[in-house]
Design a protein around this ligand. Structure first.
Ligand code: XMP
Length: 516
């Protein structure tokens, strides 16, 4: 393990991901963790991240210099580089010269860290203070316009640092420098491969679950599918998955789960067809929050009934169901402030509120993985690409993409339009360029059109393709006009109730990704 010590910058997650891209396992820990605790984790190396403070600010987080006597290789980045300098007896000063964004470095002496890096190559900087004197025993490797010491190393002690951000894409040789630290200075070998990830996760699940039974709510999304497939790999038919078809899915999705996912993984699937129940409960409701509440409530009831049946059946056969699979990912764990310990369930997650008489312990096989790793694990486990590369889809499904009340007929109209948009984006090879592509039916709006020789009075469809990294912010996707034209022509030709197709060109904020 490599520990990435988070000094409060948004870069810690990125550093951890880059370390894993180098095929070395990494975890993020807060800078408030005592050094003895870090050492007790027996990391192969420690990386001190950037942070927003000045090392001379009153509340500046520092690093206990006993870390550097522990013999653990340590790499400082930006603020971490400066904190390391101060702790080891070098000097950091406010020179009056700041650097933000692209900067060029001069390499005087490449050493092990900058071996093969071009002098003059560009790096991403973000700092006011600068290291003006390296600590005793360190070689200065590079400078930049505003920074007398931009990189240093002491290979005897396995210590090194850079003022710039090697983890960001704009830094040329960023990954190279990080790997020089990991492989050449810290002497780590790259063993964190997909096969290992899967094997480790399988072992962990087996150890946690023992000979008990496990239940899982499958939504058809990437996270729950990969989590279920991993647990199935670990404990086979002691896993039972429940798939609630609430009738609000897109065309072909329920079939994909029932047929393709089961065929690929061998998961024991318990399907509950509950379209009528959900549509009855939603009848006449057009308020978005009301819709969400109804769907959440019905979902829990249906899942609860199914879970009770499975628990009773297992009991009759002499087994016990004690565990519930949850597809929590590492960013959720980091963002909720907990590396370990208490389980964290996303508030909008489908199975958040199980009643007290159905107590399960959570199994979270993905809680150490980033989304791209989850997808890679999914591929490794043989889950169909259609599922592994699926765009995020909200739990309440198409109900929050019909503006107005929801009924079977309206769902069918939206399903047809959505299927056309999806097929065209896939044909254009643009699936992975688009984060998500909601197609929205304005069910209570009608406008006049003309088709053939007749007047029409139909509904508009809104196309809402967006690009994003985390769904917190988003921009509208600049899809090619030819593609938009094909989608528009096909929808108006093939879906008789629709006579107008519009494009949503709002970013988030101010718009959300979904319309409700
Ligand atoms: P908004 O519309 O808030 O959506 O920009 C951000 C992301 O969250 C998804 N979303 C949901 N996912 N249950 C979910 O599981 C929900 O109730 C829900 N509402 C929005 C949305 O699709 C987007 O990816």
């Amino acid at each position: 393990t490599v520990l990435v010590v988070d000094f409060g910058a948004q870069y810690a997650q990125l550093i951890a991901r880059r370390v894993r891209e180098a095929r070395v396992y990494s975890e993020i820990v807060p800078h408030t963790m005592p050094v003895q605790e870090m050492i007790a984790k027996q990391p192969k190396a420690i990386i001190l991240s950037g942070g927003p403070s000045s090392v001379y600010a009153d509340d500046a987080p520092s690093i206990d210099s006993s870390l550097f006597d522990s013999g653990i290789a340590t790499f400082g980045i930006c603020y971490g580089f400066q904190a390391m300098t101060v702790a080891l007896g070098g000097r950091v000063a406010r020179t009056g010269l700041s650097e933000f964004g692209r900067t060029h470095i001069d390499i005087a002496n490449p050493g092990a860290l900058l071996h093969g890096v071009d002098t003059g190559s560009s790096v991403w900087m973000s700092h006011n203070d600068s290291v003006t004197q390296a600590p005793p025993g360190f070689d200065v490797l590079a400078t930049s316009g505003a920074t007398p010491v931009a990189a240093f190393e002491d290979t005897d002690r396995g210590l090194a640092g850079v003022q710039w951000h090697p983890e960001v894409l704009h830094t040329e040789y960023g990954q190279v420098v990080l790997e020089h630290f990991l492989f050449d200075i810290a002497g780590i070998r790259p063993t964190w491969t997909m096969v290992n990830i899967v094997d480790d996760a399988v072992e962990t699940v087996r150890a946690q679950v023992g000979d008990k039974q496990v239940i899982c709510a499958l939504s058809g999304g990437v996270d729950s599918s990969v989590a279920a497939a991993l647990v199935q790999r670990a404990i086979g038919d002691r896993l039972t998955c429940v798939f609630v078809d609430h009738g609000l899915l897109r065309a072909g999705e329920a079939e994909q789960v029932e047929r393709d996912f089961v065929a690929a993984t061998g998961v024991d699937l318990h399907v509950v067809h509950a379209e009528d129940r959900f549509l009855n409960a939603l009848k006449g409701v057009d308020d978005p929050e009301e819709k969400r509440k109804i769907i959440g409530r019905e979902f829990i009831r249906v899942f609860e009934d199914a879970a009770r049946e499975i628990v009773a059946k297992a009991g009759a056969e002499g087994g016990e169901v004690e565990f519930l699979v949850q597809g929590t990912l590492y960013p959720d764990v980091v963002e909720s402030g907990g590396g370990e310990g208490a389980a964290n369930i996303k508030s909008h997650h489908n199975v958040g509120g199980l009643p007290d008489d159905l107590q399960f312990t959570l199994v979270e096989p993905l809680r150490w993985l980033f989304k791209d790793e989850v997808r890679a694990v999914g591929e490794q486990l043989g889950i169909p690409a259609d599922i592994v590369w699926r765009h995020p889809f909200p739990g309440p499904g198409l109900a929050i993409r019909i503006i107005g009340s929801v009924d079977h007929e309206r769902l069918e109209i939206l399903r047809k339009a959505d299927a056309i948009a999806r097929a065209e984006v896939t044909d254009a090879g643009l699936d992975r360029d688009v984060w998500q592509f909601p197609v929205v039916l304005l069910a209570d709006v009608r406008s006049v059109g003309v088709q053939g020789d007749g007047r029409t009075y139909g509904h508009p469809i809104v196309l809402r393709p967006v690009s994003s990294e985390d769904a917190m912010t988003a921009d509208w996707s600049r899809l090619p006009y030819e593609l938009l034209e094909r989608i528009s022509t096909r929808i108006t030709n093939e879906v008789p109730e629709v006579n107008r197709v519009t494009l949503d060109i709002t970013s988030k904020p101010p718009g959300t990704i979904e319309w409700e």
